[in-house]
Ligand binder design. Structure first.
Ligand code: SF4
Ligand code: SF4
Length: 434
C-alpha cells in the first residue's frame, strides 16, 4: 500500500505568466534534424533506414524493439545524410540525421473512425509511435493494452504542476474539442464508467474551454475535476487518489485498479494518430525562463536542435545561465544545445546561473517529512545513503519516492535529499539485478 500524506506538497511560484496567454506558434524546421533511437523509456528502436534514403514526414526511421519501445518517424521530408552515435536527453544513442528538403511531403496512416475495437486502437498507438507526453516517455500502447473488462475509469492529467510549463494549458485551450472527442472515444471502446479530466483550479481558461467543448459535443459523461494549486498534482497515484479515492498498491500500475490514465497532450497525439492518421512527429514545448529574450510555446518537430528553438525565441540574455530540460522541480540541467527535442521534451528553461548552495547540518525541522506527498522520511533515507545502509531501502520505502523534488526544495539546510534518495535507490536496484 502506498501511504499518502494528506497535508503534503508545497506552494511554489507558478511563473507561468510569460507564456500562458501565448498561443502555440508553429516552429520553422531547420535544415538538419536528429532522430535518436531512444526517445522513450525502454529499449531503443532499431534503425530502419540507410544513408541516402529519401524520407517523407511520417516515414519510419526506427522500429520498436520489443514490448517497451516505440517506433520513430521522420518529421520532415528529405534525405538521410548520416547515422551517428550522439548524446541527447536520454544519453548516447544511435541517431538518424535527416536533411530537410522543405517540401513537407507526407505519408499518413489510414484514418480510422470511432467504431474500431480495442485491439485496432492499441495497434495504431504502436504503429504511430505514441509515447506519454507528460515527460516519462512510456509507450502508450503498453498502457492501453489493458484487459478491457477490468477498465472502469479514465483520468486525464491536465495538471501541469511544474512552474513555467504551459503547453498542456495551451493544448487544452486550443484543442479542447479534440481532447473531449478523444476521451469520449476511448471511453466508448473500453466501455468506461467514469471519465475525468483533472486540472489545477487556477487554469481557468482551460477549464472554460473544456466545459464548452463538453457541452458542444454533448459529452456530459466527462467531468472536470479541479485540483488544488499545491505542487505536485500531476503524479498518477496522487491524482487517482484525489479524483477517485482509490489507492494504488506499491509496485502496481494504474491499470491494475481499473484506471486508464494519460496526459492531456498524449490525448491530443492519440487524436491525431486515430482520426488524422498522423504518427507522432511533433509536440508543443514551452521555451521560457528569465534568461530567454522572448519566451514562447512552440509546436516543434521531433529532432529539432534546442539551439534552433532558442534562436526562434530571439536568443539568450547572457551566456552565464543554467539550462534545464523540464521544469525546475523535476527537470535536468544540461549544457549542450545541440541536443534534439524529442517526444517528451515538455519545457526548456534558461535561468540565471544557479550556484550550488553549501550543505549545512540538518536542523531537524521536519519540513521534508511533513511535505513529502508519499509520506516518506527523506532525511532518514538520505542519512541511510550517507551511512552506506542500502539494506534499509525496503523498510524506509525509499523506492516509493516519486522524485517530485519537494524535500530538496524545502530543506533550509540545502541537503540534496532527492539526489541522495535516488542514489540509494540506484544502489539497491544494482544489488537486486546482481
Ligand atoms: S522527492 Fe521523494 S522523498 Fe522527496 S518529497 Fe518527493 S516523493 Fe518525498
Ligand atoms: S527539511 Fe532539511 S533541515 Fe529540515 S528535517 Fe528535513 S533534512 Fe533536516
Amino acid at each position: 500500500m502506498i501511504y499518502f500524506n494528506v497535508h503534503s506538497g508545497v506552494n511554489i511560484p507558478k511563473k507561468k505568466d510569460n507564456t500562458k496567454n501565448k498561443s502555440i506558434e508553429v516552429s520553422k524546421p531547420p535544415k538538419l534534424l536528429y532522430f535518436p533511437m531512444s526517445m522513450h523509456i525502454g529499449k531503443p528502436a532499431n534503425i530502419n533506414v540507410a544513408i541516402g534514403d529519401n524520407v517523407k514526414i511520417g516515414s519510419l526511421l526506427g522500429t520498436a524493439d520489443g514490448t517497451i519501445s516505440a517506433n520513430i518517424h521522420s518529421s520532415v521530408s528529405g534525405k538521410v545524410v548520416d547515422i551517428v552515435e550522439m548524446d541527447g536527453f536520454r544519453g548516447n544513442s544511435k541517431t538518424d540525421v535527416v536533411e530537410n528538403d522543405f517540401k513537407d511531403e507526407k505519408i499518413s496512416l489510414e484514418k480510422l473512425d470511432d467504431r474500431i475495437d480495442v485491439d485496432t486502437f492499441v495497434q495504431r498507438l504502436l504503429d504511430a509511435g505514441i509515447t506519454g507526453k507528460g515527460g516519462a516517455g512510456f509507450p502508450t500502447s503498453v498502457k492501453y493494452k489493458a484487459e478491457k473488462d477490468k477498465m472502469r475509469y479514465i483520468v486525464i492529467n491536465g495538471a501541469e504542476c511544474e512552474p513555467y510549463s504551459t503547453t498542456d494549458h495551451r493544448i487544452m485551450i486550443e484543442y479542447a474539442d479534440q481532447i473531449v472527442k478523444t476521451v469520449n472515444f476511448i471511453g466508448n471502446i473500453y466501455e468506461i464508467e467514469q471519465e475525468h479530466i483533472a486540472i489545477e483550479g487556477h487554469m481557468e481558461e482551460a477549464i472554460k474551454s473544456l466545459k464548452l467543448a463538453i457541452e458542444k459535443n454533448e459529452a456530459a459523461n466527462i467531468s472536470i475535476h479541479e485540483l488544488g494549486d499545491e505542487y505536485p498534482q500531476g503524479h498518477a497515484g496522487l491524482q487517482i487518489r484525489e479524483v477517485l479515492g482509490i489507492e494504488i498498491e506499491e509496485g502496481s500500475r494504474t491499470g491494475d485498479v481499473g484506471v486508464l490514465q494519460s496526459n492531456v497532450s498524449t490525448i491530443k497525439a492519440i487524436h491525431d494518430a486515430i482520426f488524422l492518421g498522423d504518427p507522432l512527429t511533433k509536440r508543443a514545448i514551452t521555451i521560457s525562463g528569465e534568461m530567454i529574450n522572448n519566451p514562447k510555446n512552440l509546436m516543434v518537430r521531433n529532432g529539432t536542435p534546442i539551439s534552433h528553438l532558442i534562436d526562434e525565441c530571439e536568443g539568450l540574455k547572457s551566456e552565464d545561465i543554467t539550462l534545464i530540460n523540464g521544469g525546475p522541480m523535476m527537470g535536468k540541467i544540461f549544457e549542450d544545445t545541440s541536443y534534439p527535442a524529442d517526444k517528451d521534451t515538455t519545457t526548456i528553461l534558461a535561468l540565471e546561473h544557479i550556484e550550488a548552495q553549501e550543505e549545512t547540518a540538518c536542523i531537524r525541522c521536519s519540513r521534508c517529512v511533513h511535505s513529502c506527498p508519499v509520506a516518506l522520511q527523506p532525511i532518514v533515507i538520505s542519512n541511510a545513503y550517507k551511512n552506506n545502509e542500502v539494506h534499509k531501502v525496503p523498510s524506509l520505502r525509499s523506492q516509493t519516492c516519486i522524485s517530485c523534488g519537494v524535500c530538496t526544495y524545502i530543506c533550509p539546510a540545502n541537503i540534496p535529499l532527492l539526489e541522495n534518495i535516488q542514489a540509494i535507490n540506484k544502489q539497491w536496484k544494482e544489488i537486486q539485478n546482481g
